[in-house]
Design a protein around this ligand. Structure first.
Ligand code: FES
Length: 164
């Protein structure tokens, strides 16, 4: 949808008006929240309030939808999504230690974003590469058989790329 809107709230309002179906609010709400997240990167309280004001669906209900689906993010996201697979094969081969190393290095827990906004940390379940356990992904890139030292090197690599 092209928009000559002056601000994102206006664009979001136009989108809501084009898709909102009060007969089936749930299905259109999901599309609206997808669009809002694409616009803002995450769903802040202000954005959910705006969706509520425009659709007349209570903010609590919107919040319920947003928290039900893990796709929706309620906090700002880092430039890179760093995910540690915590599936059985990876866990047995040291994924828990990798997670600890990352948490210490970036001073964040899963679901949080580093202070420099470079990484958002995630735990995932089996990503289908158990033969390469433990597996860490950064965005779409897969890092196989990672040990703690390699993990720190990967983080350093992204930090260096950012500062160069
Ligand atoms: S358990 Fe990690 S890839 Fe399968």
């Amino acid at each position: 949808m092209s928009c000559t809107c002056e601000n994102k709230f206006e664009e979001l309002s136009q989108y809501i008006n084009s898709v909102y179906d009060p007969i089936h609010p749930q299905s259109s709400l999901i599309a609206i929240l997808h669009h809002a997240q694409n616009l803002y990167g995450y769903l802040s309280k202000d954005v959910m309030d705006h969706v509520s004001n425009t659709t007349l669906v209570p903010t609590a209900e919107i919040y319920g939808v947003a928290t039900f689906y893990s796709y929706f993010k309620l906090v700002p996201q880092g430039k890179h999504r760093l995910s540690v697979c915590m599936g059985t094969a990876c866990y047995i081969r040291g994924a828990g230690k990798l997670l600890e190393v990352i948490e210490d290095e970036l001073d964040i827990k899963p679901g949080e974003t580093s202070k420099d906004n470079l990484f958002t940390l995630d735990e995932t379940r089996c990503v289908g590469a158990c033969g390469l356990a433990p597996v860490v992904t950064v965005d779409d890139r897969v890092y196989p058989k990672v040990d703690p030292e390699q993990m720190l090197a990967v983080i350093k690599e992204y930090k260096s790329a950012e500062s160069s």
